[in-house]
Design a protein around this ligand. Structure first.
Ligand SMILES: Nc1nc2c(c(=O)[nH]1)N[C@H]1C(S)=C(S)[C@@H](COP(=O)(O)O)O[C@H]1N2
Ligand SMILES: [Mo]
Length: 419
């Protein structure tokens, strides 16, 4: 038979003998993949829960339409519910990075498979892997960049991260389905944990049983055992976990949250998401001329801050839990939203649209559900920790409600419309 010269792979990574690590093989990829899958499941579930918590069916709460069958009323108890789900989402996402990199490293020869396409079925499989790997990289990069409060891209983060998650989750389910037999065989042949017992001296390549095997054709001697590699990735994950988790957990752990931009103290001893200056809210807008405008059907009411302070005041200990993963629990004092609903005219069990004095930006308004308004812990807060709100935390008045994403705790409230 005549060899067709053009079928010879180009030099470099396209040549099978380019890849020399003796550690690569189906067991290693299966093992890292299994660990990663557990973590990713947690991130995926808490991520979609965040979408539910936004109650996208109300007003402009979420910029994405409610297009998933997953939709239920987000509860107001426990008050730290969103702090927990979103803290897990962001913290686990950050901590999984080393494991994800190890997983990609273990399969990278596949990226350079030659010829690139051998059959229609294989082309479909490669396309689905492009969605899987492209999806996971897109989600991790946008998510981590968002948690670092850095927006280098032009598109809307929430929309892009959400649609990216749908594509990625579908590709992941397909991938796991296709790979289960490979993982089962690897564990049956090598044992689930047995390869971790080998020290460096006893580390040898897995058997190369197929043409497209991940096992190197011509492996170098090992410089690291498999358990050494896993300790490296796992240690990296643990270090990230320790330096990130504090922003969600708080207490003494907060000082360990070195990687969290909001882990440190802000104004009044807790973080500021957006300052009054950045939101374009001036002292003139919030001074003596400020009135809270309350609308209910045909009725309209205007109250100044003194009038609000003259109403029955309540103090609640509640967290602000940001989509970025940080949360902070403070003592808030103000008027119950349910009381304001009655004062505005009508029942207390109505949804409420809250508009800010802020001039621009997607956070100008948010809508709370009827349950959130009716909960007696939900306040129009005027004070925090015994002092007037500072301008950066929403003076003259802000929303604080149990279990809701921080993004709905509108600062510098100007108008409230009971729906
Ligand atoms: N008007 C207005 N309200 C707002 C925001 C904003 O940018 N503008 N940010 C929201 C977000 S995303 C969070 S997490 C909380 C943060 O509150 P803090 O800055 O007092 O900590 O405020 C919310 N309320
Ligand atoms: Mo936020």
């Amino acid at each position: 038979m005549v060899r067709v010269p053009s079928l010879r792979p180009p030099p470099g990574p396209f040549r099978p003998d380019f890849w020399r690590s003796p550690l690569r093989g189906p067991w290693l990829t299966s093992f890292i993949g299994s660990l990663l899958l557990v973590g990713l499941a947690l991130v995926v579930v808490t991520g979609f829960l965040s979408h539910v918590a936004y109650t996208p069916e109300l007003g402009r709460n979420a910029i994405v339409e409610p297009d998933l069958p997953l939709n239920f009323d987000w509860p107001t108890s426990p008050s730290w519910l969103y702090a927990a789900t979103q803290g897990i989402h962001v913290t686990a996402g950050i901590a999984l990075v080393p494991l994800l990199l190890a997983k990609l490293w273990s399969v990278i020869p596949r990226l350079f498979a030659w010829p690139p396409v051998t059959s229609p079925a294989q082309a479909v499989e490669r396309a689905s892997l492009a969605l899987l790997v492209g999806g996971v990289l897109f989600l991790f990069v946008t998510g981590i960049v968002n948690a670092q409060v850095y927006y280098p891209f032009r598109f809307n983060f929430v929309v892009a991260h959400y649609y990216g998650a749908i594509v990625f989750t579908a590709a992941l389910v397909l991938h796991v389905g296709v790979k289960v037999p490979v993982v089962v065989r690897a564990y049956r042949d090598r044992g689930v944990l047995a390869p971790l017992r080998d020290d460096l001296r006893r580390t040898s390549p897995e058997p190369r049983d197929a043409e497209d095997s991940l096992v190197a054709v011509d492996p170098d001697p090992p410089t690291l055992s498999r358990r050494g590699l896993l300790a490296l990735a796992g240690g990296g994950s643990l270090a990230l976990l320790i330096t990130s988790a504090g922003q969600a957990i708080g207490g003494p752990l907060r000082s360990l949250a070195l990687l969290s931009p909001r882990g440190v103290d802000g104004v009044d001893g807790f973080p500021v998401n957006k300052t009054a200056r950045a939101a374009g809210v001036t002292a003139g807008m919030t001074g003596g001329d400020w009135r809270l405008e309350m609308l209910s059907g045909e009725r309209e009411l205007r109250l100044d801050r003194a009038a609000l302070l003259a109403l029955e005041q309540h103090t609640e200990t509640l967290p602000i839990a940001c989509v970025e993963g940080w949360s902070t629990t403070q003592d808030w004092t103000g008027v119950r939203l349910a009381d304001l609903a009655r004062i505005a005219g009508g029942s207390d069990g109505r949804a409420l649209r809250v508009e800010s004095l802020q001039e621009r930006g997607v956070l100008r308004e948010a809508t709370l559900t009827a349950d959130q308004v009716a909960d007696e812990r939900s306040l129009l807060a005027l004070r925090v920790n015994g002092a007037d709100l500072s301008p950066d935390h929403g003076f003259p008045a802000r929303i604080i409600a149990p279990g809701v994403p921080g993004v709905h705790c509108t600062k510098w409230v100007g108008r409230m419309t009971f729906l």
